[in-house]
Each structure stands twice: as structure tokens, then as C-alpha cells.
Design a protein around this ligand. Structure first.
Ligand code: AMP
Length: 139
């Protein structure tokens, strides 16, 4: 069963497509958080960012880089929040990688990306050192 975004890529369901190339596509979010809320996807189905091959990841970033100023200019936004819900626990509902470009406006009542997390952990220096070393060893 293909994802709803694959169905958009295949032209099986309608979408307001704003950009398309060989490997990526961008279209307006059907339930926008702000005017101009746009989703950027790889055309092929990958559930999470870590599943995306290097070359497609580069293409995806290139499209995001192209679309951010296009979206900001088109709705005269002051800024954008650009983010992925990467995995169900992080709020990902559609299991097909997608980048949200959400236009932001002075006084829009929204918050920074820091607002998405729950309680902040109280980490000691040695715990931070261990985490940093562990991430570095896997990067
Ligand atoms: P996420 O929670 O990160 O998986 O976000 C999925 C997003 O896809 C939501 O913002 C939905 O509004 C959006 N969405 C779901 N179905 C469609 C659709 N057919 N066309 C455009 N956007 C959609």
C-alpha cells in the first residue's frame, strides 16, 4: 500500500504542486499551519530521514533550499520554521519523509522549535560528555 504522498507523485490524488524534478517534489500542505505551508518530499518512499540514500538526501536539501525563499517571498513571511517530524514518536503521521516549510509572521502566536519537546532533562557534564562521544563515534 503506497503512502498518500506517493499517490500524489503518481498523480492519483490531487495536490497543489509547486515544484517537481526527477527525484523530489513540493506541494502545499492540505491542512496548512500558515498560508504557504509547503511539504518537500523525495519522490521515492522512505519512511525516515535515516532511510534516505545520500544522493537523494542531497537532492532533497537542494529543493528545500530552493523552496524556502520562494515560499517566504510568496506570502511575505518574516521567517520560516523548517522541520521534519522524523518518526511516529516525534509526531510523524505520513510514513514518507517530508520536510515542513511553515511560514512565520511577527505575532503569529507560534513558538520556536524548542517548544516541541517535553520536560527538559537535567544532564550532568559527564553525561553530556558521554553522549557527545557516543554520537561522534557513530557519525
Ligand atoms: P506529519 O505529521 O509530519 O506526518 O505531517 C503530515 C502532513 O501531511 C500534515 O501536515 C497533513 O496536513 C499533510 N497532508 C496529509 N494528507 C495530505 C494531502 N493529501 N495533501 C497535502 N498534504 C497532506
Amino acid at each position: 500500500m503506497s503512502t498518500i504522498f506517493t499517490q500524489i507523485v503518481e498523480g492519483e490524488i490531487p495536490a497543489r504542486i509547486v515544484y517537481e524534478d526527477e527525484t523530489t517534489m513540493a506541494f502545499l500542505d492540505a491542512n496548512p499551519l500558515a498560508p504557504g505551508h509547503t511539504l518537500v518530499i523525495p519522490k521515492d518512499e522512505y519512511e525516515r530521514l535515516n532511510d534516505v540514500p545520500d544522493d537523494v538526501a542531497s537532492d532533497l536539501y537542494e529543493t528545500i533550499h530552493r523552496l524556502v525563499p520562494a515560499v517566504e517571498d510568496s506570502v511575505d513571511a518574516d521567517a520560516t520554521t523548517v522541520a521534519f517530524n522524523n518518526g511516529e514518536t516525534a509526531g510523524q503521521e505520513v510514513p514518507h519523509v517530508h520536510c515542513h516549510i511553515v511560514p512565520r509572521f511577527e505575532g503569529d502566536g507560534g513558538g520556536p522549535i524548542h517548544a516541541v519537546a517535553g520536560d527538559r532533562p537535567d544532564l550532568a557534564d559527564d553525561e553530556l560528555d558521554d553522549i557527545a562521544a557516543d554520537i561522534e563515534s557513530r557519525a
